[in-house]
Design a protein around this ligand. Sequence first.
Ligand SMILES: NC(=O)c1ccc[n+]([C@@H]2O[C@H](COP(=O)([O-])OP(=O)(O)OC[C@H]3O[C@@H](n4cnc5c(N)ncnc54)[C@H](O)[C@@H]3O)[C@@H](O)[C@H]2O)c1
Length: 278
Amino acid sequence: MKKLVLTGAAGRLGSYLREPLSKLCNELVSSDIVAHTGSLYDGERYVQADLADLAAIEALTEGADMIVHFGAIGDEAEFDAILQSNIVGAYNIWEAAHRNNVRRVVYASSIHAVGMYPKNEYIGTDVPHRPDTYYGLAKCFAEDLARMYWEKRGIEAVCLRILSCAKVSNARAVGSWLSYDDLVQLVTRSIDTPITGFTIAYGVSNNDRTPVDTSSASFLGYRPNDNAEQFAAEMFAQDGPLDPSDAGHMCHGGPFASVPLGKSGQAALKIEDDRKKN
Ligand SMILES: NC(=O)c1ccc[n+]([C@@H]2O[C@H](COP(=O)([O-])OP(=O)(O)OC[C@H]3O[C@@H](n4cnc5c(N)ncnc54)[C@H](O)[C@@H]3O)[C@@H](O)[C@H]2O)c1
């Protein structure tokens, strides 16, 4: 592959993807809204760009074979902020992909597109969208946009509904954990699978308590290696008894299912910023 574009490169997940992605192509163009990402890996170039700026995204993706689109506000926020970065940003990525004849977009969707389903419903990727926040609603928009650009314009898309990609720090994550190694495997398989069409897959490790049907990722060759069961006793003791009448405990979206619209869902998760240093 000649050129791969990674958005959200300065983010936590981007920090784990940059090095392996740089090995899959002649040139990795890493991009984010911030000024820089620190030192670069071999074959990597950095371009600062705002996802809400179509001209900038069109220039960024010129000549790209594929786009790995991870840039977004990664939390619930006021609607106008989500509108610019996550909704207009997604439109700009797919529209730029169309104008530049990009073959495929690998997209960081989220469990929050279906976050209001109760956790004791084992859901597949075929259930109707049921977002828990404006953030989740934007993921629904991007998945529908991706399907439409596949059906009308032939751009392949792999939408990865990531559950919780962070160090395990709460009882929910015992089911929802996606380790960084498994994230890298899932994104790599989404790129190197010769044909994907439009695909939605859940992004989660091989946890004993995985609450979603991961079978749609099978044809990608994704075989997760990590299992959060090793953290179960510690996390269940730490969090104590959970209230089944609290949507934040009972639903797939976790705290995003119970926070007021526009207010942070991440705040309750105490996620450690353990981004990879280079
Ligand atoms: N971490 C998780 O558990 C998880 C779960 C589900 C989905 N996701 C998705 O994965 C992606 C990466 O998540 P993360 O945890 O690394 O989040 P993060 O906040 O660490 O990274 C997101 C990056 O996007 C950039 N960004 C935001 N608005 C932008 C804009 N207008 N233009 C350009 N860049 C912009 C930010 O600067 C940031 O560096 C996001 O799309 C997020 O929604 C993450």
